[in-house]
Design a protein around this ligand. Structure first.
Ligand code: SF4
Length: 548
């Protein structure tokens, strides 16, 4: 889908809201992209959650459309608080023509909007900037019509999903009995993606500062990741992979370095960008520093790390995810311990002596020995850093971040449960015993309760809206999580044949491909990454014009 060109409508006002602080929202490039897309066709202001301790009206009620950028499930309670403070009814069904329309986009609803269906008039699934001109044009033209008619009018826009136009029967036990579209609404809703993203890219807006990367100008190197890790939403929800053209990146770098000292490169597949070496060279040639969000160790060479060190990179962030080669194969993370240690060695050689390592526990197929292997790998990484430290005369450090696995919709592990809380507690205790007293190491483990909430909000259906409301009213998740309805969502393994809440989304990736990937996991069979663009691949779906 291509966005249509329309004239700027000064009479239509949008409040683009990030349901967390400005520091978090301004660090997310998708927010910048949507703000620019709205600003091109109507009046649009950004709004964020006030920092703790600060007060003052957010003023999101006085607009035509309150559009939430929803990128992290746990922000849902912030989001409801913002609606309440602005006297906007939390339930979409209770709003009337005096209230703005309330919508959401971002990766959370793109994966599965159903747990949040009660709170929104509509969602935009996928790369929402593509739908914005048509949305503004239709909503502006229909502003004096009843709310229901206006919603029906936008139902035909590709990527727009209006929950009130679908009747879903479930037993409040996590199982869906039936689903029916009303009044000509499409049975399936397409997830939007921009085939031309490589030509435009996305970068930090000049007027939207305050990100957590203070001295960096943020630039996205591409959308999606073709590695196909079976647990990873980014690797499936943003397909097909689209790397931004080198020349476009050069132009964005030049603009960025006119304002900031460093360039922060953002993306799930920075290392896989076919011209990434030239991009690093360009930043260095222009006298800029380099920050990168995360690096894929198999793609790192001495030359690449030397460039990153020359750009002032002090900490290498990597994600081995699993502790053993065996479990990494099962989740299709095709990197070995030796790849990880080799990259750390090369980084230490060039003076990058700090490493942040991210791991998951509770992955499908995980065994006790994988937890022991995780601890052993963390120590070996630390030892490599200490060996490098001696050569450079200063001490390095490893930060080990451990998060419980949470099943994500539209990935091969979408049918899996969150591991039992007692099991996660036991694994965490083992890791703490093995690592918490180690020198030059910091261990950070996220609790299982948070993972259970995220699981509930990720793979639930419409009945989860009531549990969210309960958590909001009670000021916490404890009681809602204990309910049988919640456990049937986050703690139950779903059947391959079962109807899933997000089945109506046409993401472009075939469900049978996801199942085949899931079925390869127990025997540790890996799948190669996406081939280069235009290689004629149709392995996971039909992305005409990109993969084929
Ligand atoms: S069709 Fe092939 S190249 Fe395209 S996203 Fe799927 S696996 Fe990757």
């Amino acid at each position: 889908m291509k966005p249509q060109a329309i004239a700027r409508d000064e009479s239509f006002a949008v409040r683009l809201v990030y349901p967390n602080t400005a520091a978090v929202g301004a660090s997310y490039l998708g927010f910048h992209k949507i703000l620019a897309a709205f600003d091109a066709v109507c009046r649009c202001d950004a709004a964020f959650m006030p920092d703790e301790g600060s007060t003052g009206p957010l003023n999101i009620a006085r607009c035509d459309l309150a559009a939430f950028s929803f990128t992290f499930e746990m922000d849902v309670l912030n989001l409801l608080r913002m609606l309440k403070e602005n006297n906007i009814p939390l339930m979409a069904a209770e709003r009337n023509d005096r209230h703005p329309l309330v919508c959401a986009g971002g990766i959370v609803p793109t994966m599965n909007p159903e747990p949040f269906a009660a709170f929104f008039d509509f969602f935009v699934l996928g790369e929402g900037e593509l739908a914005i001109p048509a949305l503004v044009e239709k909503l502006s033209a229909s502003r004096h019509q009843p709310r229901e008619d206006r919603l029906r009018d936008i139902a035909s826009i590709e990527g727009v999903y209006i929950p009130s136009l679908y009747v879903v029967e479930d037993n409040h036990d996590g199982f869906i009995k039936s689903r029916r579209a009303l009044g000509g609404a499409p049975e399936r809703v397409k997830r939007l993606y921009d085939p031309g993203f490589g030509r435009t890219g996305s970068a930090q807006l000049a007027g939207l500062e305050g990100s957590i990367f203070k001295d960096s100008h943020l630039i996205e190197t591409g959308k999606g990741c073709g590695q196909g890790c079976r647990f990873c939403a980014s690797g499936f929800v943003y397909r097909p992979v689209r790397h931004v053209d080198k020349e476009r990146l050069f132009a964005q770098i030049d603009e960025g370095l006119a304002r900031k000292e460093r360039i922060g490169l953002i993306g799930s597949a920075i290392c896989e960008h076919p011209e990434i070496g030239a991009v690093y060279d360009h930043i260095l040639k222009k006298g800029g520093g380099i920050n990168v969000s995360s690096l894929r160790v198999e793609y790192l060479s001495a030359d690449t790390l030397a460039k990153l060190a020359a750009g002032g990179l002090k900490t290498m962030t990597i994600a081995p995810e699993a502790g053993s080669d065996r479990l990494r194969r099962a989740v299709n993370k095709r990197m070995t311990d030796e790849d990880v240690l080799g990259a750390v060695r090369l980084a230490a050689d060039v003076g990058i002596l700090n490493v942040k390592c991210y791991f998951l526990i509770g992955l499908p197929g995980e065994r006790d020995e994988d937890i022991a292997a995780l601890a052993a790998l963390a120590k070996r990484i630390r030892d490599e850093l200490l060996a490098g430290s001696k050569r450079h005369g200063r001490a390095g450090k490893i930060t080990v971040g451990v998060n419980p696995f949470v099943p994500k919709p539209q990935t091969p592990f979408q049918w899996e449960p969150v591991a039992p809380l007692a099991a996660l507690k036991e694994k965490s205790a083992k890791l703490k015993k093995a690592l918490s007293r180690e020198s030059n190491m910091e261990l950070k483990i996220e609790g299982g309760k948070n993972a259970a909430v995220q699981g509930l909000l990720s793979v639930g259906g419409r009945s989860v809206s009531a549990l969210i409301f309960r958590a909001f009213e009670e000021g916490g998740w404890t009681a809602a999580l204990k309910s049988p309805a919640a456990k049937s969502v986050y703690a139950r393994r779903k059947e391959f044949g079962e109807a899933l809440p997000w089945d109506f989304i046409d993401s472009g990736v075939a469900r049978k491909y996801l199942q085949a990937e899931a079925e390869k996991a127990p025997s540790e069979k890996t799948t190669p990454p996406c081939p280069p663009e235009h290689a004629g691949c149709k392995r996971c779906g039909e992305f005409t014009g990109n993969c084929c």
